[in-house]
Design a protein. Structure first.
Length: 165
């Protein structure tokens, strides 16, 4: 069988990371902290002129681990850190934080991971309507790069395509 290179890389990273962690850490915190973390993220985003990136998923989800690995790779991490405050929203086994998923129009019935982008003031800018990142093993890491660049805030004196701006 001839599998795409990115699938093999993602699979090997996933196996190395284990089922509940990325780079040795638990990705999705206890579901009870999501609202507190979201409130703190909005304050930080306002102070730093960033957007809030909500990542809905669960520690049992291998595609969520792959997405986290891709978001934190050498190409994407600088874009993520410069433009977003990331909040991992634990949906449990689709039985937690359903109110947040509904508020931000996340179609959990299509699976996770699922993403939403908020302005620094909490307005919904983007909500995943389809299962764009649900099968991360089949998604090129560049798709995450494109996503991060597309939805980042445009800062004064910058254009939408400048990665470091």
């Amino acid at each position: 069988m001839n599998l795409p290179r990115h699938f093999l890389v993602a699979a090997s990273l996933l196996l190395a990371a284990g089922p509940v962690s990325s780079a040795g850490r638990v990705i999705y915190p206890d579901p009870s902290v999501a609202k507190v973390q979201l409130a703190a993220a909005l304050k930080t985003a306002t102070a730093t002129h960033k957007r809030v990136l909500l990542d809905f998923g669960g520690n049992w989800c291998s595609d969520c681990v792959v997405l986290d690995i891709y978001m934190h790779n050498a190409e994407n991490l600088p874009i993520l850190q410069a433009n977003y405050v990331l909040v991992h929203v634990n949906v449990g086994r689709y039985d937690a934080n359903l109110d947040l998923a509904k508020r931000y129009r996340i179609p959990l019935k299509l699976g996770v991971p699922a993403l939403a982008v908020l302005s620094s003031h909490g307005s919904l800018i983007y909500s995943q309507e389809h299962a764009q990142f649900e099968k991360m093993g089949r998604v090129e890491p560049g798709a995450v790069t494109e996503f991060l660049i597309r939805w980042k805030p445009i800062k004064p004196g910058c254009s939408a395509v400048m990665v470091s701006c």
